[in-house]
Design a protein around this ligand. Structure first.
Ligand code: G6P
Ligand code: MN
Length: 451
């Protein structure tokens, strides 16, 4: 690894998250020195809207960092030391389909969970592999890809199967967002909280919450029983996670822990453990994708337009744990800091009674050579069974993508806990095939209907 300052490329440069990530980089320049930031996106029009905002954020902090905006992979990745990946294949328009198609069948419609997440996986695995190949072709030999691209569990499994040697570290900000709320509830800084956690991405549990070596889970459990995973006035969270739908999600930790008080669940478990209530409270014509398009995206685009006209950049994006976390992880990789973070890694015994090769989410020490997972031991039968079912659904989806297999896709959908029957699975899958024509690999049926 070159010692620094680094060349960093952001793949998915046109994302609404880009300004927040770059702002996080700017406030951490002393820890993570940068020579150049490159934005890369295949949607150059969208990226051109975001780029001036990003440039302003950089120039407010540094005159010397080179700033490059490109849709050319060679320009983006040549000699790059780090790539932050945050691609959204099909953009919010396809997220809307992922959410609305299942809902029409009375099934959870969500970005990364249930049929929506499986559909998103079918769109993302192969483009992610393409990105890895481009980075490998052009970037520094020791470059790391730090990957936020969703659905992270499925993407991680796809990468493990298709590019097992790639220097990719898959991460998600949900555990660290939960830790931010936990810290606020306990009245401590989030960096003081050390956790034990086991599961898959968006499907796991905190088993211990240590502050200065003392486990405070019991205190948090009592708090959750009254308010969910939020401070009493719901102010513990950052602007993204303070939207009404997110507040509802934090509050839903309460019913889950009322039933299963032993561990603190990842908020995404609401979709698997209480799907009926989720569907009941969801407007099938106006889902989270609509909220994001009408909220975060519109606000940022409006601010970009205003900045172009007036030279003044309104406050239009937030810098929360999302940006801070990816910079923390990159620092630990770059300088072998061996900081402990929750990341997605090949199991290799970290969860003793899950398959050796499962892609799990556990604490790991992040070294210059990658993550060293911490052993979480055996997990109880209830959690193991839930995890194995989810893992099988996700692994079958990856195989469906690799083999172009309709049958495996149908099995993946049927096995998902959010899907009540095989008929639901087939009806949703068939609608999704039509909606994803431009994105999915062709899925072939080995047995034609009725034969
Ligand atoms: C969390 C999750 C991400 C997910 C995001 C969705 O941060 O960890 O995986 O993409 O929430 O948030 P949104 O505001 O787009 O609904
Ligand atoms: Mn996530």
């Amino acid at each position: 690894m070159k010692k620094s300052p680094f060349i960093l490329a952001i793949a998915g440069g046109g994302s609404t998250y880009t300004p927040g990530i770059v702002k996080s980089l700017m406030v951490r320049l002393a820890d993570f020195p940068l020579a150049e930031i490159r934005l890369y996106d295949i949607d150059s029009q969208r990226q051109q809207i975001i780029a001036p905002v990003v440039e302003k954020v950089i120039r407010d902090h540094s005159d010397s960092i080179k700033f490059t905006v490109t849709s050319d992979a060679e320009v983006a990745f040549s000699q790059a030391n780090f790539v932050f990946a945050q691609m959204r294949v099909g953009q919010y328009k396809m997220r809307e389909q992922d959410e609305k198609i299942p809902l029409r069948h009375g099934v959870v419609g969500q970005e990364t969970c249930g049929p929506g997440g499986l559909a998103y996986g079918l769109r993302t695995i192969l483009p992610m592999v393409e990105l890895i190949d481009l980075v490998e072709r052009y970037a520094d030999n020791n470059a790391w890809i730090v990957n936020y691209s969703n659905p992270a569990a499925i993407v991680a499994e796809g990468v493990r199967r298709l590019r097992p040697q790639a220097r990719v570290l898959n991460i998600c900000d949900m555990p660290v967002a939960a830790m931010r709320n936990i810290a606020a509830i306990l009245g401590v800084d989030r960096h003081q909280v050390t956790v034990d956690y086991f599961g898959l991405n968006h499907f796991g549990w905190f088993t211990h919450l240590y502050v200065d070596g003392v486990d405070r889970l019991a205190e948090v459990r009592e708090h959750v029983a009254r308010f969910g995973l939020l401070t009493e006035d719901a102010a513990a969270t950052d602007p993204q996670h303070a939207d009404p739908s997110w507040v509802k999600t934090w509050r839903n930790i309460k019913p889950i822990m009322d039933h299963f008080p032993d561990f603190l669940p990842n908020p995404y478990l609401q979709y698997y453990l209480m799907p009926n209530q989720i569907v009941e409270h969801q407007d099938p014509d106006y889902t989270r994708a609509n909220e994001v398009m009408d909220g975060r995206e519109k606000k940022l685009f409006a601010a970009a337009a205003e900045y172009q006209q007036t030279g003044i950049l309104p406050d239009a994006f937030h810098v929360g744990v999302h940006g801070a976390f990816i910079v923390d992880v990159a620092c630990s990789l770059a300088f072998d800091l061996r900081q402990r973070h929750l990341v997605i890694v090949e199991n290799r015994g970290a969860i003793a009674n899950l398959p050796y090769d499962a892609m799990v989410e556990v604490p790991a020490y992040i070294t210059a050579q990658g993550p060293e997972p911490v052993r979480m031991g055996n997990v109880p039968q209830f959690h193991r069974a839930l995890l194995e079912q989810q893992l099988a659904s996700e692994q079958l989806l990856v195989e469906a993508t690799m083999e172009g297999s309709y049958e495996k896709a149908l099995q993946a959908f049927t096995l998902n806990r959010t899907v009540p029957t095989m008929q639901h699975a087939k009806a949703i899958l068939d609608e999704m095939i039509a909606a994803n024509q431009d994105y999915w690999p062709a899925l072939k049926q080995a047995f034609k209907d009725g034969q």
